[in-house]
Design a binder for this molecule. Structure first.
Ligand code: NAD
Length: 494
């Protein structure tokens, strides 16, 4: 292993105090390619104290909101300049398609620009107080050190969703990437320095969730946690945060449905369904892993989906011709294959795929064929649990109410797709679906100005839009007494 990735504290790359490192794998080869620093409690303490110092120091604390916006815009420019290299760094470690990551990195600057613009539009208010000769006003102030904990599927983009609003609001941040994809953040950290952020405003600690992540959330100087990941980790973090009385945002998993009505443009719906589940090898929190289709068009739509899915080229994620790459981690590969075996055992009919994929030159890579199951019972685990892989479960419906009931029947509520040409139905069903994002005649789109997050067990709080910056601020009420005479001391002013 030739490359080694260190911690990033006080704008410098530093070795972990216990000199421990762990390997990180290239999913397309199924082999380790670099090693990454394992941050212990001493290192977490060093990083959080650095962020805390920066939060108090005039270099950041006294910077105007407009100047924070200038820095964020500069960071956006640098990300745009290095988008190609950042995309390659992501693919090497997480195995997602270069084509997808190039798109993500080219679009990512927009999050920084959106929050750069919002930084100096965070306004308090002068309140119409009912007290005579008293000015009552509010200020929205930052919280302090924010821990940003990120999963492996879109490491830099999901970091940016937390970092940009947290910094725009005036907080400082300690980032903890996934232990499976800890390397691309090193290039990004160099851009933070180049943009001119003061020391300690952005820090990175790497390591496992159980050790590094848990220690970060427990640190007494961490004032808020922004988390994206799985439910178990989300609950563990929320429990620690509850004991510490600090706010958390949780972006968790999903079992999102694409609901296709008989009047839909089936060609368009087929493309949306295939893209929704097989793009990114199904490794997106919003993967459209359930297809709810009206009985009258089920056979027609299913055959179009199968034809389209068959055209997907599986291969090296670095090749721009590839449509389906490997899954990111070995445990994830095992989990997907276990779901496929269980679905068969539960009586579902496998219409496509259902096996590990083989790619010449990548014999040990973690590939799974695009897989489609029909006859999936709504009580089965495939219909209810997140697979986080390229596995689609088809379930028919007859009536509109039934479609809504099945769509809402999981514990999750992250996203849903709706395919119809009927405007009334589009409005009616988008309101009835229990999901944080509903896409009509499209799927898997997002933008910095749109709030994103989950209903039910898909999460707490929102990323994106003005909702996100508000979650990194706290309101302070300030009262100024203009009366010349002081009031009697033993009577409370009401
Ligand atoms: P994960 O929960 O295992 O890990 C996510 C991050 O949390 C990692 O950095 C990990 O090290 C850390 N972590 C784990 N346990 C921790 C603990 N006890 N304390 C502190 N940190 C801890 O999730 P994953 O496997 O990396 O990601 C896949 C999951 O993420 C899926 O369930 C997916 O749906 C979800 N996800 C959600 C969204 C969203 O926006 N809703 C986006 C992408 C992924």
């Amino acid at each position: 292993m030739s490359e080694r990735f260190e911690l990033f504290i006080d704008n410098q790359f530093v070795a972990p105090s216990a000199a421990r490192y762990f390997p990180t794998d290239n999913p397309a080869m199924g082999k380790p390619w670099a090693e990454v620093a394992a941050a212990g409690t001493d290192d977490i303490d060093r990083a959080v104290r650095s962020a805390h110092r920066a939060f108090k120091a005039p270099g950041w604390a006294a910077m105007t909101a407009s100047d924070r916006g200038v820095l964020l815009n500069r960071l956006a420019d640098l990300v745009a300049r290095d988008a190609e290299a950042l995309a390659v760094a992501e693919v090497r470690d997480n195995g997602k398609l270069l084509a997808e990551m190039k798109g993500q990195m080219a679009y990512m600057p927009r999050w920084f620009r959106y929050y750069a613009g919002l930084a100096d539009k965070v306004e308090g208010a002068v309140l119409p107080s009912d007290k005579k000769n008293m000015v009552s006003m509010t200020r929205l102030e930052p919280l302090g050190v924010v821990a940003a904990i990120v999963p492996w599927n879109s490491p830099l983009l999901l970091t940016s969703w937390k970092l940009a609003p947290a910094l725009a609001a005036g907080n400082t941040v300690v980032i903890k990437p996934s232990e499976y994809t800890s390397t691309s953040i090193a290039h990004f950290a160099r851009l933070v320095v180049e943009a001119g952020f003061p020391q300690g405003v952005v820090n990175v600690v790497t390591g496992t969730g159980a050790e590094t992540g848990a220690a970060l959330v427990s640190h007494p100087l961490v004032r808020a946690v922004a988390f994206t990941g799985g439910e178990a980790a989300g609950i563990a973090i929320a429990e620690t945060a509850a004991r510490r009385l600090i706010p958390v945002t949780l972006e968790l998993g999903g079992k999102s449905a694409n609901v296709v009505f008989a009047d839909a443009d089936l060609d368009r719906a087929a493309k949306g369904v295939v893209g929704g589940i097989f793009a990114a090898t199904g490794q997106t929190c919003v993967a459209g892993s359930r297809l709810l289709v009206h009985q009258s068009v089920k056979d027609e739509l299913t055959s179009r989906i199968i034809d389209l899915a068959r055209t997907a080229r599986m291969g090296d994620p670095m090749s721009l011709d590839t449509h389906v790459g490997p899954v990111t981690t070995r445990p994830q590969l095992d989990k997907i294959m276990a779901h496929i075996d269980r679905a068969r055992a539960e009586g579902a009919e496998c219409l496509l795929g259902g096996k590990r994929g083989t790619v010449p030159g990548h014999e040990d890579g973690w590939f799974v064929e695009p897989t489609i199951f029909d006859g999936v019972a709504s009580a089965s685990r495939l219909a209810r649990e997140e697979v986080f892989g390229p596995v689609l479960a088809i379930m028919p419906f007859d009536e509109e109410e039934e479609a809504v009931e099945i769509a809402n029947s999981t514990d999750y509520g992250l996203a849903a797709g709706l395919w119809t040409r009927d405007l009334n139905r589009a409005h009616r069903i988008s309101q009835a679906l229990e999901a944080g994002s509903v896409w009509v005649n499209t799927y898997r789109t997002s933008a910095p100005m749109a709030p994103f997050g989950g209903y039910k067990r898909s999460g707490l709080g929102r990323e994106g839009g003005q909702d996100a910056i508000r979650q990194f601020l706290q309101a302070k009420s300030i009262w100024i007494d203009l009366n010349d005479e002081a009031p009697p001391p033993f009577v409370m002013r009401l």
